[in-house]
Design a protein around this ligand. Structure first.
Ligand code: NAD
Length: 458
């Protein structure tokens, strides 16, 4: 196995060998990753079931299926992503040409979280390998079966010198953070995100923080024919993925007071019909998280509003923990507002969310949400779907994190875009012309000469 330093040394050696820069190597690793996901599907399903009680259909939809789609997208786009891009040059540099050449960063460190313990571990590897990097992966210790599955399967399929799995909890995380990396992608809580960023600062290592937060769903009073579809999508977006333990899941609903009771009834009926049989739902990851969720409901003001039920969960006081902390579970606070337009100010007064969902036919409201709020993403009339769109960047802003990945954005996240400028020895213009500041005749041109010589020597 070796120490962290020894294993990191091997990874650096693998990167220095230059093999990861070849398209052939990158393609072979993506193919191997695809084979891992396809051939080891049963192993993935059973690990997810042991860790989170995930049903096969959910495991395929949210992890295996998403990965297969992402790998295929990377394989079909790789050549194009890797190609240097020609850019326009200004007249002052005539004759010349310039390109932007993507180059791998080196050895990157990935932290993944427990809620999608296979998907969130392997998705960033697609981008890191596409871009020609070597990878250290630290899965979450809170999904131990998935972490062990990754540690066992990855070396069987992938280039063992170019990807290593580090099992363990925060102490292993700390040891890894003491090392110098070329980039860190961290998926997890804002609390640990701060630890990661502070450690990365020591080495001036760039970071991507994929954090969580409170994602609102703004539900306008839509027509009765659309209410059914909306309720289904809201319920699926709240309870469907990992029983509400999802960073882009709905955290709370904002609804107009006059429409609240209709909506709540629709939601109740839909929850029963979709998840009445709770065997289809994942379970809460562990006892500690279960107790945390129970604690959110035990807040006297919250439990009073739950007991009073009906149309006024606006009783969920805005300073209660359920409205100040990320819920990350199957509880759904519903906040009523006088006018749905007030939702804009409500969202703006709080940390920037990872996602905002809006159910409405009102184009003016939609425009306002995009223009007047800030969030990682905005999705109209559906939930979660943006996560699976490879052509959209995935990432937060402000409190929900920074940096982005998925599709080409992953390739870019793990690449350095190197500026390459090519000039010829032909056509050596008199000094100064290149900068558009031809010295007037008779002038000594000292400043332009020195500028030009600095330009030429670079
Ligand atoms: P976490 O921050 O507790 O742990 C994340 C990782 O950090 C784990 O691998 C853990 O072992 C490691 N870690 C924990 N303490 C550490 C320390 N002191 N030093 C070094 N490493 C340490 O997060 P979690 O509980 O696994 O995940 C839940 C959070 O993640 C939620 O806030 C959720 O919204 C967020 N999340 C975000 C995304 C996203 O893509 N934006 C996806 C999933 C989860």
């Amino acid at each position: 196995m070796g120490t962290v330093e020894e294993r990191l040394g091997e990874m650096r050696e693998a990167f220095r060998s230059g093999k990861t820069k070849c398209e052939k190597w990158r393609r072979s690793q993506l193919m191997a990753l695809l084979a891992l996901v396809r051939e080891e599907e049963e192993g993935i399903f059973s690990a997810l079931n042991r860790d989170l009680g995930k049903h096969r259909a959910e495991a395929f939809r949210d992890e295996v299926g998403v990965l297969i789609k992402s790998i295929n997208f990377a394989l079909s786009s790789l050549k194009q992503w890797m190609a240097p891009k020609s850019v326009k040059v200004p007249l002052v540099s005539f004759p010349s040409s310039a390109t932007v050449v993507p180059e791998p960063l080196g050895v990157v460190l990935l932290f993944s979280s427990w809620n999608f313990p296979i998907g969130l571990a392997l998705e960033p590897i697609i981008g890191a390998f596409s871009a020609g990097n070597v990878v250290a992966l630290k899965p979450s210790e809170l999904a131990p079966s998935s972490a062990e599955f990754l540690a066992e399967a990855i070396p069987r399929y992938l280039d063992g010198a170019a990807v290593k799995v580090f099992l363990g909890g925060p102490s292993v995380g700390s040891q890894l953070l003491e090392q110098r990396w070329d980039k860190i992608l961290f998926t997890g809580s804002p609390r640990v995100g701060r630890v990661v960023m502070a450690a990365a600062a020591e080495h001036l290592t760039p970071v991507i923080l994929e954090l969580g937060g409170k994602c609102p769903a703004i539900v306008d009073s839509i027509g009765s024919s659309e209410q059914k579809v909306a309720a289904k999508r809201l319920v699926a977006g709240k309870w469907g993925p990992c029983c509400g333990q999802a960073c882009v899941g709905i955290d709370y609903i904002l609804v107009e007071r006059q429409f609240a009771s209709t909506l709540i009834d629709m939601l109740r009926r839909t929850v029963k019909s979709l998840y009445g049989d709770s065997r289809n739902l994942s379970r809460i990851v562990n006892r500690q998280h279960f107790m945390r969720l129970e604690g959110l409901l035990k807040d006297p003001s919250v439990s009073a509003s739950v007991e009073n039920r009906t149309d006024d969960l606006a009783g969920s006081p805005l300073d209660s923990e359920i409205m100040t902390e990320e819920v990350f579970g199957p509880l759904l606070p519903i906040i009523t507002l006088e006018k749905i337009g007030d939702s804009i100010a409500f969202v703006r007064d709080r940390p920037k969310p990872l996602a905002i969902y809006v159910f409405s036919n009102d184009e003016a409201l939609k425009k306002r949400v995009v223009a007047e709020t800030s969030s990682g993403s905005v999705t109209f009339n559906d939930t979660m779907i943006q996560f699976a769109v490879d052509t959209l960047p995935f990432g937060g802003v402000g409190g929900s994190g920074f940096g982005r990945y998925h599709g080409k954005f992953s390739f870019d996240a793990f690449s350095h875009e190197k500026a390459v400028m090519r000039r010829q020895f032909l056509l050596d213009f008199p000094s100064g012309t290149l900068h558009g500041t031809r010295p007037s005749s008779g002038s000594s041109g000292t400043s332009s000469t020195s500028t030009t010589s600095a330009f030429c020597s670079s």
